[in-house]
Design a protein around this ligand. Sequence first.
Ligand code: KG4
Ligand code: ZN
Length: 351
Amino acid sequence: MLVLGIETSCDETAAALVEDGTRVRGEAIASQIAIHQRWGGIVPELASRAHVEHVLPVVDEALAQAGVAVDAVEAVAVTRGPGLVGALLVGVQLGKALAWARGLPLIGVNHLEGHLAAAFLDAPDGTAARPPSFPHLGLLVSGGHSEILVVEDHGRHRRLGATRDDAAGEAFDKVGKILGLGYPAGPAIDRLAATGDPRAIDFPRAMKGRGLDLSFSGLKTAVAQHVATHGAPAGDAALADLCASFQAALVDQLAGKVERALDEEGLGELVVAGGVAANRGLRAAMQAVCARRSARLVVPAPARCTDNAAMIAAAGYFRLRRGERAGLDLNAVASLSLDERAPAARGRVRR
Ligand code: KG4
Ligand code: ZN
């Protein structure tokens, strides 16, 4: 089944054609980074307008890349939340219009479920996916969310822990702002950290021995205080050391929690997903955790960790296969949580 995925939840306008939830036949992304960069963050109204401008061209580009016309599309999957409501509505409206005009099944996809479904996609170079089996442990780390969960099936999750304050990606972006690295700062910190000394500055490892919840705002404050006390890093080497030390503290916290979760739940597979899963330090640390626990790591290619539409088409396919359909009353839900029965919680107290 050839599914058209549409993603407009934040600052990327993306479309993709995916066969049977696995094979990416065509995909296109229009990034809005250049639009938002001068404001130091995402401006929701500018995001909505840019989505309106780019959404049809990216669909056309994905179709062209797949070498098919729109009548080859068999179903439409669109992100319905969480995200910026005005941005989400652009994709939802196009999804509904296409489904109605062409008489196609429509499915509304949870963006976070999409991130987890990226683990089922073939690699960008065409290498066949070796998808995880169920249940497996999921670490979801993006700009808006950070959660550790047991993925029981497609669309069925049990949350073990979540951040009590900032998301991991948010911490990267806020620290980047303090250091004047522009927006989004995750990729820049990743690059700089690769040449720095992670032991140069001993930043705090938060939440030790506190269940499986996470916390990153204290680390961000520690970086701000370090800069206030010692001044902005003088020179490239000092900047690289600071980035490496911050990244190591953040990654250490995640590695400790994930190792504990694998152990407590007795799971042998780990999926790491979301924009921060593109981080080289995090990928290496997760590889080490899995080696220690004799677990298998499944982490999508970096371009499939950050927002894309192939993951939305995949997640949509798995729900469509179960016979799920959305009606034309499908709406965008800004604060949709992974457990759609529960309100979007930022965290849960576990002791
Ligand atoms: O999943 P995503 O593209 O969008 C959301 O759903 O939020 O994640 C974006 C976040 C941003 O905070 C960005 O700085 C971070 O992921 N990010 C990274 C890297 N690439 C993107 N963080 C650390 N290292 C990276 N290489
Ligand atoms: Zn995302």
